[in-house]
Design a binder for this molecule. Structure first.
Ligand SMILES: [Zn+2]
Length: 143
């Protein structure tokens, strides 16, 4: 591992985005004791809460997301089937299926290409990204 330091303030206290993201997303179980009065009686109980909290830092250091291809893929297939099954039939449904197909198919192919061509690059860039704990500068590790 090469020596890492912040390009802005030269501080060696830098952390990888992947670590920061992991630290920021926490599962916390907490039990709190509550007491209050209900009418003239005193009521008490425990409240258990389980929360997944995401800090602002975790969101900023989140890995790049893949685009959803399932939804447009589903509509592409559905509208193709719809178009096929209404073939030769009069009525507005053929036009509707055609419109759905013309909208969902390009989205599907564009997203699939994005996931294949763009996401890996973003992913490796994210993997090389660091944040300086002293000045807050984020930078990419140059190898
Ligand atoms: Zn710095």
């Amino acid at each position: 591992m090469p020596d890492l330091s912040c390009p802005r303030c030269t501080s060696p206290d830098v952390r990888r985005f992947a670590i920061l993201h992991k630290q920021g997303v926490t599962n916390s179980d907490s039990t709190s004791y509550a007491i209050g009065s209900v009418g003239s009686d005193l009521a008490s109980g425990t409240i258990s809460t389980s929360t997944v909290s995401t800090t602002k830092l975790a969101r900023e250091t989140a890995p790049p997301a893949r685009k959803d291809v399932v939804t447009p893929g589903f509509f592409t297939i559905l509208s193709a089937l719809g178009l096929f099954s209404t073939f030769g039939m009069p009525g507005p449904w053929r036009v509707r299926w055609l419109v759905i197909l013309l909208v969902s198919a390009p989205i599907f192919f564009w997203r699939r290409r994005y996931n294949r061509d763009v996401v890996p690059g973003l992913m490796s860039k994210w993997d090389r990204s660091f944040l300086c704990m002293r000045c807050g500068e984020s930078f990419e590790q140059v190898t």
